[in-house]
Design a protein around this ligand. Structure first.
Ligand code: HEC
Ligand code: HEC
Length: 153
């Protein structure tokens, strides 16, 4: 009998916690976890052909143009048809930098390094949307100008 009561207690507390989870409002989707809210419309891709300022020197630059339908697989790499060394005369696109020819030992290869072949591992397009949450990122140049004290207070 005691064992039965114990099992019932466990069951009730489990269903209790499941109920609590259902009531939680996930912040970014602004709906309960159990609900399937209507998805927002797809946002436009930033496609203004203007290079974006990098947030820090090592940042892979953001892609300032559409890449829809640009295929990258074993046989073809659409990005390199404009960004490879030989293509830049025709495309006037910036050449992939010399780091993209380096292997992991820092040796320069004759052509693009396999670990830089899938461009979208690092380079991404942006969408024309407002940030979902406040961003407190401080650019290093602003930080340096405050003598490392930050921009707050
Ligand atoms: C039809 C030619 C073309 C193709 C294909 C192309 N790009 Fe570009 N890309 C450009 C040009 C030209 C620029 C210079 C800015 C502009 O005009 O948009 C550029 C800019 C960029 C930049 C910004 C560089 C910087 O210094 O800010 C990145 C990153 C980039 N492209 C990545 C890609 C990736 C990744 C792909 C494939 C998914 C790709 N591009 C395919 C022509 C192309
Ligand atoms: C492993 C991450 C990674 C991959 C994969 C990668 N990149 Fe980059 N890319 C970077 C970083 C980081 C930079 C900035 C530092 C540098 O130049 O290495 C950069 C810089 C660039 C630039 C700017 C060069 C300049 O001198 O202004 C272009 C254009 C570019 N990448 C295109 C490409 C293309 C096209 C591909 C695919 C063939 C590609 N990248 C694959 C990380 C990557």
């Amino acid at each position: 009998m005691i064992r039965l009561v114990a099992i019932m207690f466990v069951l009730t507390s489990l269903s209790g916690s499941a109920f609590a989870a259902e009531e939680t409002i996930a912040t970014l989707r602004a709906a309960a976890i159990s609900e399937a809210p209507q998805a927002p419309a797809l946002a436009k891709v930033f496609n203004r052909d203007l290079r974006q300022v990098r947030n820090y020197p090592e940042q892979p630059p953001l892609i300032p143009h559409k890449i829809e339908g640009y295929q990258i697989d074993l046989n073809t790499n659409k990005c390199l048809t404009c960004h490879s060394r030989v293509a830049t005369g025709q495309s006037q696109a910036p050449m992939v930098s010399i780091t993209h020819f380096m292997d992991r030992e820092g040796q320069f290869l004759a052509s693009i390094s396999p670990r830089r072949y899938f461009c979208n591992l690092c380079h991404v397009v942006q969408h024309e949307v407002q940030p979902l949450i406040e961003n407190e990122f401080v650019d290093i140049d602003s930080l340096l100008s405050t003598g490392g004290q930050g921009t707050k207070n």
